[in-house]
Write a protein that binds this ligand. Structure first.
Ligand SMILES: O=C(O)CCC(=O)C(=O)O
Ligand SMILES: [Fe+2]
Length: 219
């Protein structure tokens, strides 16, 4: 994570766990009428296995240990900001190639379904481009430097260069990937409309949770 930008635990989910999560995704997309669906929070993914994973002590301890290693302070209690993103149909493009910094120090990502043909929805990152900021205002300034048309255009072009600064990860379903989400510019590529790209995302530790400015801005 400090060097090439990410760490990977291969085959983290068992075949049964992966099949269970895949079935949840398939049924959700079906209910949504074949378009993008996103789930936020543990209860939203009840029955997928991802709800139980968020409560697993072994899983949680990877995050707190990583935090201790990186931040060198006592880790905050686990309260994941947990997502399940299911990209498909024409809406897949709207939820892709939006380069950003996460608001949370550590991001754990488990691909559930990744297309093997056409556009494969690769994960893209420019690892560790900023430190953890002490002020929320500085964090906002970083975010604004990325979240504008010019920066997005530049990053979208750079991703096509093999020797450029953008690292491309061809993710494998069932693996668990970790990266410093707060510190790294990242996004996903789209998949073809007739394919499904689904990822479970676990965000941990917001350094600005107690910021007065943040609460005044209503975030
Ligand atoms: O789905 C992905 O590959 C990335 C998701 C992401 O970066 C996020 O939810 O913050
Ligand atoms: Fe992210």
């Amino acid at each position: 994570m400090d060097g090439r930008g990410f760490a990977c635990v291969e085959g983290f989910l068992s075949d049964v766990e992966l099949a269970w999560a895949k079935a949840f995704v398939a049924s959700a997309i079906n209910k949504a009428g074949g378009t993008y669906v996103g789930f936020v929070g543990k209860s939203a993914v009840a029955g997928s296995g991802l709800d139980r994973l968020a409560e697993d002590a072994g899983f949680q301890s990877i995050f707190t240990r990583l935090y201790r290693h990186a931040v060198k302070r006592p880790p905050p209690p686990i309260e994941f900001y947990q997502l399940l993103r299911c990209l498909t149909g024409t809406a897949a493009a709207d939820h892709s190639l939006n380069f950003h910094y996460d608001s949370y120090v550590i991001t754990g990502l488990i691909p559930i379904e990744i297309p093997t043909e056409g556009q494969t929805g690769d994960f893209l990152m420019v690892p560790n481009t900023r430190p953890i900021r002490t002020s929320y205002a500085a964090n906002l300034a970083d975010k604004m430097l990325v979240d504008n048309r010019l920066s997005q255009l530049v990053l979208r072009r750079l991703r096509l260069r093999a020797q450029g600064p953008v690292t491309r990860i061809k993710m494998v379903p069932g693996n668990l990937y970790f990266f410093w989400g707060y510190r790294s510019i990242h996004t996903n590529e789209p998949c073809d409309p007739d394919k499904v790209r689904a990822t479970a995302v676990f965000h941990y530790a917001n350094p600005h949770a107690g910021s007065g400015l943040r609460s005044r801005l209503g975030r």
